[in-house]
Design a protein around this ligand. Structure first.
Ligand SMILES: [Zn+2]
Length: 120
């Protein structure tokens, strides 16, 4: 299975499990991305684009599917916490770090739920 097909399949299932089925997520490959993935969320139009690059591609090809899924869970969790990142003072470094930590923590909880729901 190609990475894009893997991402599309699991993102639809995660959106359902995370109670975010009203959102549409699309994927775009981006060269020179220095992280595994990043997300651009549009709360008004209930859509999001997840950008991924070589690092995620390499991870997938190495067979590290769990890491790829955890990355996907993290990005999708950003949809849930998007409002948090746009509160006053959201441009400060400490606020961004706090949002990122909250996103990571919630995504780990949701990933665990996802695994249980999938019966894996
Ligand atoms: Zn993040």
């Amino acid at each position: 299975m190609k990475l894009i097909d893997f991402l599309n399949k699991h993102s639809k299932e995660m959106l359902f499990v995370f109670c975010l089925s009203h959102f549409e997520v699309t994927f775009k490959r981006r060269k020179n991305l220095d992280c595994l993935a990043e997300i651009d969320t549009d709360l008004e139009y209930l859509s999001a684009t997840i950008f991924y690059g070589n690092r995620l591609e390499k991870l997938y090809r190495s067979g590290a599917y769990e890491e790829v899924l955890k990355t996907l869970a993290h990005e999708i969790t950003h949809i849930l916490l998007e409002n948090l990142s746009e509160t006053p003072g959201s441009n400060s470094k400490s606020h961004k770090v706090a949002c990122e930590q909250a996103t990571e923590h919630v995504s780990r909880l949701l990933y665990r739920l996802y695994i249980v729901e999938k019966g894996q």
